[in-house]
Design a protein around this ligand. Structure first.
Ligand SMILES: CC(C)(COP(=O)(O)OP(=O)(O)OC[C@H]1O[C@@H](n2cnc3c(N)ncnc32)[C@H](O)[C@@H]1OP(=O)(O)O)[C@@H](O)C(=O)NCCC(=O)NCCS
Length: 178
């Protein structure tokens, strides 16, 4: 799926690139990164990176998050179209060495702003496993609000785990943006 490149103060968000496969594997083949993701396997090898690029990226707008200062690949953020085209589901992951520097908040905010201002999206649903408060914090900072609790299957755990469901609507986003 063709996506627009996005720019923030420190990040460049652009189309995923097959040249990144070794770095994707290095960052994603880490149980700490994937244990809080629903559908990423562990261990994670080059064939999993290839599946991501060939099967997921063409169907779901996905941005490679690069650091402007040195071009380093930090992680990915995506929007998964739901049944209605005006509703998208957001997901992201970053290499562990890049956590806690505000990158997820910066990248997710850029994609949310793009979805509402350019893609005609009305509602973005998201969520996180209850054992992942860092993601909850990122979503709260962007303006997502909790709508309920559910259970969602985790590929790594092999079972359904407690999940916090959140939503951000265009009206709330506009309110936040003033
Ligand atoms: C969740 C994730 C994307 C966060 O990325 P990040 O770049 O570290 O996020 P940021 O630095 O923008 O913000 C993290 C916030 O969570 C907070 N945080 C981090 N670890 C925390 C924890 N264990 N408990 C509570 N808050 C925590 C940070 O303090 C920060 O909030 P603050 O700015 O108010 O201090 C990253 O940890 C990750 O990729 N995890 C693995 C994949 C994943 O879980 N993806 C999301 C699936 S829903």
């Amino acid at each position: 799926m063709k996506i627009a490149s996005l720019s923030t103060a420190r990040l460049r968000l652009s189309a995923p690139d097959a040249r990144d496969i070794p770095e994707i594997v290095r960052l994603a083949n880490n149980i700490e990164v994937v244990r809080t993701l629903a559908r990423v396997p562990h261990p994670f090898g080059p064939e999993d990176a290839r599946y991501f690029l060939d099967e997921v990226v063409p169907k779901e707008p996905t941005w490679r998050i690069g650091r402007k200062s040195d071009g380093a690949l930090l992680g990915f953020v995506g929007l998964n179209p739901m049944e209605k085209p005006s509703v998208m589901e957001r997901g992201y992951w970053f290499g562990q060495e890049h956590w806690r520097q505000g990158y997820a908040t910066e990248a997710a905010r850029a994609v949310v702003d793009h979805a509402f201002s350019k893609l005609g999206v009305e509602t973005i649903v998201s969520g996180h496993f209850a054992m992942n408060p860092a993601s909850g914090r990122v979503l709260a900072k962007i303006g997502f609000r909790e709508t309920g609790r559910s259970k969602r299957f985790s590929q790594v755990a092999g079972e359904a785990l407690a999940h916090v469901d959140v939503v951000l609507e265009r009206s709330t986003w506009r309110g936040r943006a003033g």
